[in-house]
Each structure stands twice: as structure tokens, then as C-alpha cells.
Design a protein around this ligand. Structure first.
Ligand SMILES: NC(=O)c1ccc[n+]([C@@H]2O[C@H](COP(=O)([O-])OP(=O)(O)OC[C@H]3O[C@@H](n4cnc5c(N)ncnc54)[C@H](O)[C@@H]3O)[C@@H](O)[C@H]2O)c1
Length: 315
């Protein structure tokens, strides 16, 4: 079977995992890696026996490369994703996909015009427990979904990135809420601030409301000495709780509490395998570019809400 030729742009903390997984998957051939830090690119290329580039324009000329994962700093993602799409490559762009929804929409348009697949790194969707929550919500096994709460807190990251906690961290939960409820919020109200540094917000409380009265609450920060990543979905008949770190899932009903045992899977491996399968089988990835646009619109509205101290209505 022919392997799909792939490459990674941005070989930092997260990009190195993308490269490792591509090296491990039997259906992909890692052709090259690129990083503006030439030494970093070279070190990884040597480790995997692939080509190293410090300029993606050069790398993207390689016809063997059919798909590219963009794992650069958050504010550079859109620029590199656009270059890759214009070079005719399918693209998996990391979250938050772009700096503004307008930039994200442009990526969707470029992918469409070039007949290419574009997906966004909303990793949580590849955790089996979250997939089961969505299934139970959809089939009403937990009754009507009333509300959901997400908590994603940790201490200040070792490296300060180029976006705040909303676009870096809460955006995962913004996407999760869209994923499990299969609808978009009609309004967002948020409070956020910067405690440790002034450049970006490092804590945020975000409240989303839906047209039939359901609500979702997202707490994110970089101020908590321990790391917690939890989701609770409250239905009229049962509550589901997921620990993203351990992948433990609990279903609490009136009659009994159960803990479904789902096989642990490395979400990144499942995510990249899905992306590759979609390209080979010519089908749309479960996370579309439009999902990235929507999440970014909600994140941006949350930031406006906090700045203006009022709820923002979403279209
Ligand atoms: N989906 C997830 O769960 C998840 C997890 C971690 C990080 N991420 C995302 O991955 C991205 C990278 O995060 P990180 O922690 O690896 O950051 P990082 O700072 O460790 O790495 C980013 C790398 O990109 C390189 N780079 C910057 N501009 C470039 C360009 N134009 N061309 C080539 N290389 C370039 C930098 O030199 C650096 O090596 C971020 O957007 C982050 O939001 C997603």
C-alpha cells in the first residue's frame, strides 16, 4: 500500500509529537520537517532520517508531500496553513487555527478553492469518553441535556506563548461544547483577566447560552498549582463526568453509577490517523475548517464580552 507523504511545520513541544506519530503510523511516510529554528529542525530530521528545512516555502515545493501539519506559534498558524494550501497540500492546522475569525474563514475558502481538506487540532474529540458523551446526549440516554461545565486549569506554562488562555486553552472546551450539544450558543458572557503577566489574560470564566435555555460554563486558567481537565454533562436523567487526563468516565444515574471501561487511546494518534484516512478515502474530516472558524468566533466574542462587561449575542 502506498504511504501518504506528510510533513510537519513547527517542531517545538507539540510539533515533535506530530512528527513522532507520523513516523509510527503505518500509512504515512514522514518526508520532511521545518522550523525557523534551523538547529531544531535539523535535530529532528536527523532523528527520523528525513529532510530538514528552515523555510516552509522550499519544503512545500516537494511533490512527495501531500499533507502538512502546522504546529507553529499560534499567531503564525494561519500564515503557514495558507502557504501549504496554496502549495496544494491538505492541512491539519493546530488550534486556535488563526488569530481572527476572518483569517480562519480565508483558510476555509482557500481549501475549498483548491479542493483540499482542512482540519483543526481539536484533540479532545479523539478521546473515547467524549465520543460516548456525545453519543449519550444525541440518543438522549442522559435525558435532555440541561447544562455542561468544563474545567481546564493548570499552573503558568513554562514558556509564555503568543496568545492568552482563551485562545490557547478554553478554545478546546468551546469546541467540546459545540461537539456534544451539536449546536452553537446564541450568546456568550465572560469575565477574564491577567494576574501574573499583563500581556494576555491568564484566567477566564465563560458562560454560553443556547436557544432552548441550555447553558455551558467554561473555567480556564494558568494560575492553579495542579492540573485539572474535566467535563461534566448534566442531563435530566443522568450526569456524565470525564477526566480528560486519565480518560476515566462516570455515568451517574438515579438507579446506579457506572464507569464504562473504554480502551485508552492516544488522542493524537487517532487524530492523525483520521486525517490521513479522510485524505485517502476522500471524505470530509469530522473536524472541518468551519468548526475552527466557529470556535474562534466564540472565543473572540468571549474576549469582547469581558472587555465590554456585557453579554455578546452570536449570529
Ligand atoms: N491540540 C492540542 O492539544 C495542542 C497542544 C499543544 C500545543 N498545541 C498548539 O500547537 C502549536 C505549537 O505549540 P508548541 O507548544 O509546540 O509551541 P513551541 O513554541 O514549542 O513550538 C512552536 C515552534 O514553531 C516554530 N515556528 C514558528 N514560526 C515558524 C514558521 N513560520 N515556520 C516554521 N516554524 C516556525 C518555532 O521555532 C517553534 O519551534 C500552538 O499553536 C499550540 O496552540 C495544540
Amino acid at each position: 500500500m502506498k504511504k501518504l507523504g506528510v510533513a510537519v511545520i513547527g517542531t517545538g513541544q507539540w510539533g515533535k509529537n506530530h512528527a513522532r506519530v507520523y513516523k509510527e503510523l503505518p500509512s504515512t511516510e514522514l518526508i520532511a520537517v521545518c522550523d525557523v529554528n534551523a538547529e531544531r529542525a535539523k535535530a529532528m530530521a536527523t532523528q527520523y532520517g528525513v529532510k530538514a528545512y528552515s523555510d516552509s516555502t522550499q519544503m512545500l515545493k516537494d511533490k512527495q508531500i501531500e499533507a502538512v501539519n502546522v504546529c507553529t506559534w499560534s499567531t503564525i498558524l494561519a500564515k503557514e496553513a495558507k502557504k501549504a494550501l496554496n502549495a496544494g497540500k491538505h492541512v491539519l492546522v493546530e488550534k486556535p487555527m488563526a488569530t481572527t475569525p476572518q483569517q480562519a474563514k480565508k483558510l476555509v475558502q482557500t481549501a475549498q478553492e483548491n479542493g483540499l481538506y482542512l482540519t483543526v487540532g481539536f484533540l479532545m474529540r479523539f478521546i473515547p469518553g467524549l465520543q460516548l458523551i456525545r453519543q449519550y446526549v444525541e440518543t438522549k440516554k442522559i435525558g435532555e441535556l440541561v447544562c455542561a461545565t468544563a474545567k481546564r486549569v493548570s499552573q503558568w506554562p513554562e514558556r509564555i506563548g503568543d496568545v492568552g488562555v482563551v485562545k490557547d486553552t478554553a478554545i478546546h472546551d468551546i469546541d467540546v461544547m459545540r461537539f456534544i450539544s451539536k449546536q452553537d450558543p446564541v450568546s456568550v458572557y465572560a469575565k477574564m483577566g491577567s494576574m501574573r503577566i499583563k500581556k494576555f489574560e491568564d484566567y477566564a470564566h465563560i458562560m454560553l447560552t443556547y436557544k432552548n435555555g441550555e447553558s455551558a460554563f467554561i473555567e480556564s486558567n494558568w494560575l492553579t498549582p495542579y492540573k485539572t481537565r474535566m467535563l461534566t454533562a448534566t442531563g435530566s436523567e443522568a450526569i456524565m463526568r470525564l477526566d480528560y487526563i486519565t480518560q476515566d468516565l462516570w455515568v451517574e444515574q438515579k438507579s446506579e453509577n457506572v464507569q464504562p471501561r473504554l480502551p485508552f487511546q492516544e488522542p493524537l494518534k487517532a487524530e492523525l490517523q483520521h486525517f490521513v484516512d479522510c485524505i485517502v478515502d476522500k471524505r470530509e474530516p469530522i473536524i472541518t475548517g468551519q468548526d475552527g472558524v466557529k470556535a474562534l468566533e466564540i472565543a473572540t466574542a468571549a474576549m469582547q464580552s469581558s472587555a465590554k462587561n456585557r453579554a455578546i449575542q452570536l449570529k
